[in-house]
Write a protein that binds this ligand. Structure first.
Ligand code: ZN
Length: 479
């Protein structure tokens, strides 16, 4: 029997939709900036500089807590987590300890058709340290540069109970969390460094390893798969897995020992005397009112309001941008048709290209394409061709696609052929495929499909297959 896998996650998300850092007024918009240009005495940790809490960051964290079905604390307090590292200029990180802002939540994750409930142990706030920049790899670099632009960026840490049972489920959990945070508009998961994950992994009955600093969505599943097979191999060879902290190397796709249990860090948490404890329980009522519709609620509404399938509703509500895109299209054209084309075709083409809905063309263009399809100007093949062409052309610097759908229809000659053209093509195909006609007459039904295919080929997909089918039958009967 396979070993049962037990996974718990600690997920750090930057509240990168905030304009200023957690304890100072420095801008958080530094992704394009020169190193060390978004700093001040507070986030550089200069002596005597005093932190001031960013009220909006507290509100955002409470909103996250509410969205994850947590209890919001009566009081919350900040602590100093002491350790010495060059990216941490004060020698301590301001974080939370025994009074996290939110605790005891749950979210559901869809795992291959059934929903599983994953418990959230806590959600707390902390500041990001600076960023170390190595020349080349961490092992061969001759020097290290420090960029303090990131120092003091507001982070939340979401800690789960060890309820996850596979790397795939862990990836789905992280996706769901990302989507909820994006629905709340407190987080943009596409920015570099927005999300970092530490994972605790063990096989039932064995010691657990903590894998630190996984910094990409795909990395989480890969790191977990590697670590599980490492532990299984050890077990098979009769070697005991020891409790330790390991580092995930994304480039080599492996985990390496960082420290064992004997060397476990001692952070000496002290209450942060420069920040008073916050009484936040009274804040939650007003914030609850402000909560937007979240993915699960939106999914139910889409099913009821638009009559679409559960599967379509799931795909369309997973990301807020896809949901908004769909609702725009559904407001202009048959919602069922819109669901098929946005969830299956557009999302499918985007996934194939490993791209985001933000890289697609606007929903108004989708409406136009579907109108042309509905009114019979283009076939479904033609509509797919327009979508592919627009996606492959990409977007120009001002964000607009390079062509309009009508240009693609014209330039690629996608307009559906007239009935008489289809009829001529059918007659030609019958003339050229005498053997298939004989097959059809002798009762081989699939011979007709072959003939339809040949007509579609001759018209380069611009004929309507249903019409071709009817015409062929008609012609076969009277010849
Ligand atoms: Zn600052």
């Amino acid at each position: 029997m396979d070993d049962e896998v037990i996974i718990g996650l600690e997920i750090h998300c930057q509240l990168n939709k905030l304009n200023s850092k957690l304890f100072c007024g420095c801008s958080t918009k530094h992704h394009e900036a020169e190193p060390n240009t978004h700093t001040c005495p507070v986030c550089l940790g200069l002596p005597g500089a005093l932190p001031v809490i960013n009220k909006k960051a507290v509100e955002y964290t409470i909103m996250v807590g509410l969205a994850l079905n947590c209890q919001i604390a009566e009081h919350t307090q900040f602590y100093r987590k002491n350790y010495y590292y060059p990216d941490l200029p004060r020698g301590f990180q301001i974080t939370q300890y025994d009074y996290p802002i939110a605790a005891d939540g749950i979210i559901t994750v869809d795992t291959d058709g059934h929903e599983r409930t994953i418990r959230i142990r806590r959600v707390h706030m902390e500041e990001d340290p600076g960023r170390l920049v190595h020349q080349g790899s961490i092992e061969t670099s001759k020097f290290v540069l420090v960029d303090y632009n990131r120092s003091g960026m507001p982070l939340i840490e979401v800690v789960t109970e060890p309820d996850l049972r596979s790397p795939k489920e862990a990836r789905r959990f992280i996706n769901k969390l990302r989507n909820i945070l994006e629905y709340l508009d407190v987080f943009d998961g596409s920015l570099p460094g927005a999300l970092r994950v530490d994972a605790n992994i063990s096989l039932r009955g064995g010691a657990r390893a903590e894998v630190k600093n996984i910094s990409s969505y795909k990395g989480v599943e890969r790191a977990l798969l590697f670590e599980i097979s490492r532990q299984q191999n050890m077990k098979r060879r009769g070697v005991k897995v020891v409790q330790e902290t390991r580092h995930y190397d994304d480039e080599r796709n492996c985990t390496i020992t960082l420290r064992s249990k004997e060397q476990a860090e001692e952070y000496r948490y002290f209450p942060e005397a420069d920040l008073v404890p916050l009484s936040v329980s009274g804040w939650q009522h007003a914030l609850k009112e402000k909560l937007p519709e979240l993915p699960d609620a939106k999914r139910e509404r889409f099913k009821g309001q638009y009559g679409i399938s559960d599967n379509h509703a799931k795909v369309l509500t997973a990301e807020i941008r896809v949901a908004n895109y769909y609702e725009y299209v559904a407001s202009k054209i048959d919602p069922l048709l819109a669901a098929t084309w946005v969830a299956d075709y557009l999302k499918g083409e985007l996934n194939y290209r490993d791209r985001d809905i933000r890289d697609a063309f606007g929903p108004d263009k989708m409406v136009y394409i579907l109108q042309q399809f509905r009114s019979g100007v283009i076939t479904d093949k033609g509509a797919v061709e327009v979508i592919r062409t627009l996606l492959d052309e990409g977007v120009s610097p001002n964000g607009e696609p390079r062509s309009e759908p009508q240009d693609v229809i014209r330039n690629k000659n996608l307009a559906r052929v007239e009935s008489d053209v289809t009829r001529t093509a059918c007659a030609e195909v019958l003339k050229e495929n005498v053997a298939a006609i004989a097959d059809f007459r002798s009762g081989k039904a699939q011979a007709l499909n072959y003939l339809v295919g040949m007509v579609m080929k001759k018209t380069r997909g611009r004929a309507d297959p249903a019409e071709v089918n009817l015409l062929l039958r008609e012609l076969l009967e009277c010849t």
